[in-house]
Design a protein. Structure first.
Length: 218
């Protein structure tokens, strides 16, 4: 008959399984909860400042063909196939620590990106055009589309602008009732300010009235 010690060694350890399950749960739900908490704290800081942050200018990406649109999906598919082959060859037990580390790193990078975006425009406040402000830059409206509100933004009028001294068009989202009347061909005067780390932000804007051509007297 087997001894009592051998039976104890062969029996499963509920405490060990419980600790492993708890660690796995923390690894799955902890990083997303941390990122949500960071986003909530940054939003709380913005709300307490009672200011409207400057509006970011987003360069419009120009695609050269269908490959430029499909390569992200092809890369994701290749990564999934490679991960499946690695799991098949090595097994879940060997791959799980690596997958856990990658999972944790991705959420930490996302939280860092939220903090970097917050600090990048810190101190830049959307204000009206004043005489003491820098010389405004002219921009021509290429397209103007209404964008409904979503979980990521409050919506508004999305403009594609051709700005002087900038090579490529830029996208600007204006949450202002006055921007709803803008149409392609209109001219805007923008106050631009660089971010702390990168990018350009609009700190002031106004529509430039069109000048009617002079009619010579007969």
């Amino acid at each position: 008959m087997p001894s009592t010690d051998s039976l104890n060694r062969s029996a499963p350890n509920p405490a060990g399984n419980g600790w492993t399950s708890q660690r796995t749960a923390w690894l799955i739900f902890g990083p997303p909860a941390f990122m949500v908490a960071v986003r909530w704290l940054l939003q709380l800081v913005d709300d307490r400042q009672n200011t409207v942050p400057a509006l970011p200018l987003v360069p419009v990406s120009t695609t050269a063909g269908a490959l430029d649109l499909l390569w992200p999906f092809a890369l994701a598919l290749a990564l999934l196939i490679a991960a499946g082959l690695i799991i098949y060859r090595l097994g879940w037990r060997r791959v799980m620590p690596v997958i856990g580390a990658v999972w944790l790193l991705l959420w930490l990078l996302g939280s860092g990106a939220l903090l970097q975006r917050h600090l990048n425009c810190q101190g830049l406040v959307l204000q009206g055009m004043t005489a003491a402000a820098p010389v405004p830059v002219k921009a021509r409206v290429v397209t103007a589309l209404f964008k409904p509100a979503s979980l990521r933004s409050l919506g508004g009028t999305e403009l594609v602008l051709k700005i002087d001294d900038l090579d490529i068009p830029n996208r600007l989202l204006l949450d202002d009732a006055g921007a709803a009347s803008l149409k392609p061909g209109d001219t805007l005067a923008l106050q631009l300010a660089p971010g702390r780390f990168n990018g350009l932000f609009v700190t002031g804007w106004q529509a430039v009235p069109a000048v009617s051509p002079l009619v010579k007297a007969p």
